[in-house]
Ligand binder design. Structure first.
Ligand code: ADQ
Length: 489
């Protein structure tokens, strides 16, 4: 750590997240193949150097037998990963149920599930029990690997109960918790039946981090209004003990993207794409296929743009890459069909024998193909209805060194606070406004594009994933040291 003056000495760090950064496939009784998986947190932590980090999490597969568990543990150890084994029932209740059906929509302002209130309330209790049990299972694995002085960094809404489990075990553990999603207004948060227990547990951490100052403020308000505690400029105080609360905006490893653009494979992709779309402007959307990403709204805005600016027909295409997630959940299946239906209708309406206005892919792209797409496209459309940060917007800017493409960005993504001065900010719910901003982006003068891009590029290349992680771990060490001093005085 440069800033700690500990170059050469590595800080031991246990990163605890619901999912390990690998997907595991069983190839035989004791054979596993492992593949690094895509995702926001994975991308960010891949950029962190100079720490001796181990990752603790669920491998995403059910492994009921001991032979399989031993073999997977061994294979993962080579990738510095330690598995937490969760059985199908707990995954169903904790992960599909409490995390993805309750916390995820609530934190993105989509509310609690409402179809059958009584059933939801009944399920809710068993799902919350499973959530606590699962968090305890993560804690048990942490205890097995913990050494004095380690920093334990818990990630995301899946593990809000973990700080309490860890501190109950050993009050001296250095525990940080970071939320990757928004923390909603306290008026939304207070509808959660388990609101008290979760807040109290998060407050057991020494440092609590969010992407933006607003999320941190919402969290402090929830603690003051719901728990009646005192908010201070540093965080939340409870009977003389301070939990520090602060904003730590995440970034990306921008050098990794810049280096990729120099690779022959990426250059080949770039020249193929340039030829393929010659004479047309190309707009890009890259999202997980999730309701929070506002994909239908984005496509409808593109339709409105085509409707109102017939002169642009045949001259612009939208490439929408949507990685399917949670494909077994009916709501996500419904979203997929809805998107397909809208895309089909618009292509039928505005397409010709030689021109397809929307190219929609339901899959993940490999890193090289993704970088090439980021580099060749003229406009990126990020229209999340809510998003903790949104790394796609950062990645787009990092790859736009020469083209100086325009970023259209939702004001409800955390990234709007850092890239707002360079991007065109939009309310994604306002289709007319988004359609107008598409026109603005396509017609923008080279001078304005250059100016906007310069601002964003400077931000993305200086506020990196590595800085984010270093700052968080530095602050966590500092917070614990200060608290120790206070208790000795
Ligand atoms: P996500 O919701 O996954 O992350 P985001 O921040 O945009 O959203 O990160 C997505 C990552 O997946 C990016 O690195 C992107 O390159 C990759 N990706 C997306 N679509 C892809 C595709 N089709 N093919 C290949 N790769 C693809 C959560 C929160 C965010 C927060 C991050 C990090 O929801 O708000 O920014 O965590 O904290």
């Amino acid at each position: 750590f440069r800033r700690l003056g500990l170059r050469g000495m590595k800080q031991r760090l246990l990163v605890v997240a619901n999912r390990l950064p690998v997907s595991a496939n069983r190839r035989g009784e004791d054979q596993w193949s492992l593949e690094i998986s895509a995702g926001g947190l994975v991308s960010a932590l891949l950029g962190v150097k100079d720490v001796d980090a181990k990752w603790i999490g669920w491998a995403g597969v059910n492994v009921p037998d001991e032979v399989g568990q031993r073999a997977l543990t061994k294979a993962l150890a080579e990738k510095r990963c330690i598995p937490v084994f969760l059985d199908e029932e707990i995954v169903h209740q904790y992960y599909n149920g409490y995390c993805n059906n309750i916390l995820w929509p609530l934190f993105h302002y989509l509310g609690l599930p409402q179809e059958d209130r009584l059933a939801t309330t009944r399920n809710f209790e068993s799902q919350f029990d499973a959530y606590k049990r699962a968090n305890q299972m993560f804690a048990d694995v942490v205890y097995q690997h913990y050494q004095e002085g380690d920093v334990i960094w818990c990630h995301d809404y899946h593990l809000m109960f973990l700080p309490k489990c860890l501190k109950d075990h050993d009050i001296n553990m250095k525990v940080g918790w970071f939320l990757h999603t928004p923390f909603p207004s306290s008026e939304i948060y207070r509808t959660l039946p388990s609101r008290l227990e979760l807040l109290r547990s998060v407050l057991c951490a020494d440092l609590v981090g969010f992407h933006t100052y607003d999320y941190a403020r919402h969290f402090v308000s929830a603690c003051t209004r719901i728990l009646g505690l005192e908010g201070t400029p540093e965080g939340v105080e409870d009977q003389g003990r301070l939990t520090r609360v602060a904003a730590f905006p995440i970034g990306i490893d921008s050098d990794r993207f810049k280096r990729a653009l120099e690779l022959p494979a990426v250059k080949r992709h770039i020249s193929e794409l340039t030829q393929r779309f010659a004479g047309r402007k190309v707009m890009l959307g890259v999202d997980r296929l999730d309701m929070i990403k506002g994909i239908p709204q984005k496509i409808l805005a593109f339709e409105k743009f085509l409707e109102e600016h017939q002169d642009w027909n045949n001259k612009v295409v939208l490439l929408q890459i949507a990685v399917p997630t949670r494909t077994d959940v009916p709501e996500y299946q419904k979203l997929t069909s809805q998107v397909h239906e809208i895309v089909g209708r618009i292509n039928g309406r505005f397409g010709t024998l030689t021109h397809v206005p929307i190219h929609h892919l339901d899959r993940s792209l490999d890193f090289h193909a993704l970088c090439a797409l980021y580099a060749v496209t003229d406009v990126a459309l990020v229209t999340s209805l809510r998003d903790g940060m949104n790394l796609v917007s950062y990645e787009y800017v990092a790859c736009q060194g020469s083209k100086k493409g325009v970023l259209i960005l939702s004001e409800f993504a955390g990234a709007a606070q850092s890239l707002g001065a360079g991007a065109i900010l939009v309310n994604p719910w306002n289709i007319t406004e988004v359609a107008d901003s598409i026109r603005h982006a396509l017609m923008m003068s080279p001078d304005e594009r250059e100016k906007r891009h310069r601002h964003n590029y400077a931000h993305v290349t200086t506020h990196t994933a590595q800085d984010w992680a270093e700052t968080f771990v530095f602050e966590l060490n500092d917070t614990v040291a200060e608290a120790l001093l206070r208790t000795r005085q």
